[in-house]
Design a protein. Structure first.
Length: 197
């Protein structure tokens, strides 16, 4: 199944509410009245960029520009498959990810907010998904929120970038296509890589 990456320009009023962003993107990628398994099959991931004025959305099917709401406009779409096919064990890549670092003492999921612990979490996670980190910079941490029905949803995020070497290309491809960690519906887990050649 193909993987598409779409760049969307958006008013900040959309990205201020993580549930609204999720709903707008889901509407644009899913046919009306689709069931939950169908939504999962779209493999929709996204990351907010440029101070909330741009969204990168990744999906198994292209977004429908006629179904985008809230003043969002598609600026471009490309197929990621050539990039994924080009990756191999030993490939050195520049990466970027906005993630939801958590730990689960007593099986209750809690956000990690300390910068050193966030980086330690990312090193463990990167190793698990087949990346050897050569460098890492913690660009930003934020508490994002939105309203889902009458309930406030709050997600702690951390954005990191750096250079890594691919140790297990199949696991890395799965992480790129399926996402990394929790809160994937709310702008976390989209791992972007570009080979350094």
């Amino acid at each position: 199944m193909p993987t598409y990456l779409t760049k969307i320009t958006t008013p900040k009023s959309v990205t201020r509410d993580i549930h609204r962003t999720h709903k707008i993107l889901t509407t644009a990628v899913c046919p009306p009245n689709i069931t939950t398994p169908g939504r999962v099959a779209t493999r929709l991931l996204h990351r907010v960029e440029r101070g909330g004025r741009e969204i990168l959305a990744q999906s198994a099917t292209p977004l429908d520009p006629t179904r985008l709401e809230g003043g969002c406009v598609i600026a471009g779409t490309k197929l990621l498959d050539p990039l994924l096919d080009h990756l191999d064990n030993g490939t050195v890549v520049r990466y970027k990810i906005t993630a939801n670092p958590v730990h689960a003492p007593n099986r209750v999921r809690r956000p990690i907010t300390d910068p050193d612990r966030i980086l330690a979490w990312w090193h463990r996670t990167a190793d698990r998904i087949g990346l050897v980190l050569d460098s890492t910079a913690l660009l930003d941490t934020a508490k994002t929120s939105g309203m889902r029905r009458d309930q406030r949803v709050v997600v702690q995020t951390a954005t990191m970038e750096g250079v890594a070497t691919i140790r297990d290309v199949d696991t890395v491809r799965d992480a790129i296509v399926l996402g990394v960690g929790h809160a994937r519906a709310y702008g976390c887990g989209l791992l972007s890589v570009v080979p350094l050649e």
